[in-house]
Design a protein around this ligand. Structure first.
Ligand code: ZN
Length: 248
């Protein structure tokens, strides 16, 4: 069984389309939040992901865009984008976002979260944040997002290790495979589809293969200029267009 694991699409239709085309045929799609916010195509992204996502969890941007959480928690650019998104979302997109489940959710033998499985809005940036979720993990692996950084942390008999995908090529498609071992626990972030922040501007995703017992981290180039053009045309902050090129 092949599962496509996505996070932080952020209204970037060009990046999502590139990822879906590159992933090819999969048995399930797990979308782990921040489907909208920042990007200029929130409705198009919701319409694209809604029929194919077999599991979803909500992100903080989904909550703000659909009016569940106050926009006052955001920095100025995020706030401006959130207000734009609220104004442009269709009624049906807003309704779908509003009803997304709160993470963590358990699916097969995996946990799906937006931020930490301890709280949906908490960032897992370092081992201090990762320790408690690793220690208390009841499933084989937990997939998280929110930081827009691909990689994660592992646990082996009370000892931790970092997981940093090695993408040799800075251009074109690249992938890095991690074998999943029965005795270990994993906290894994596919990275962001629509607004990567780890210095690699390619769209990020994971393919989980249950038959091979592997997790493969992928990077896929997409039409950044088109996504930037839509952001500028929509009157969204210029910084949001610029950071797509920088991957930061
Ligand atoms: Zn996000």
């Amino acid at each position: 069984m092949r599962t496509l694991i996505l996070s932080d699409i952020h209204g970037n239709l060009e990046a999502l389309n590139a990822v879906l085309a590159a992933a090819g045929e999969v048995d399930s799609v797990w979308n782990r939040g921040d489907t909208v916010g920042y990007g200029a195509s929130p409705n198009e992204v919701v319409e694209r992901i809604r029929p194919i996502a077999t599991r979803n969890v909500r992100g903080n941007h989904d909550k703000v865009a659909s009016g569940i959480m106050s926009v006052e928690t955001f920095n100025p650019a995020a706030k401006e984008a959130a207000l734009w998104t609220q104004k442009h979302l269709s009624e049906s997109s807003t309704e779908w976002l509003r009803e997304l489940p709160t993470g963590p959710v358990v699916c097969r033998n995996y946990t799906l979260a937006h931020g930490s499985p301890i709280h949906e809005d908490v960032y897992i940036l370092n081992i201090r944040d990762a320790w408690s979720p690793l220690e208390s993990m009841q499933t084989r692996a937990t997939f998280f997002g929110h930081t827009h950084l691909q990689g994660g942390f592992g646990w082996d008999n009370g000892r931790w290790f970092g997981i940093k995908p090695q993408h040799g090529r800075p251009e074109g498609h690249s992938q890095w495979t991690l074998p999943i071992e029965e005795s270990r626990r994993y906290l894994l972030n596919p990275g962001s589809v629509g607004q990567p922040r780890d210095g690699d501007n390619r769209a990020a995703y994971i393919i989980l293969d249950d038959a091979l017992n592997t997790v493969t981290f992928h990077r896929e180039p997409y039409d950044i200029e088109l996504a930037q053009g839509r952001i500028l045309l929509a009157g969204l902050p210029e910084r949001l267009a610029k950071r797509l090129r920088e991957g930061k």
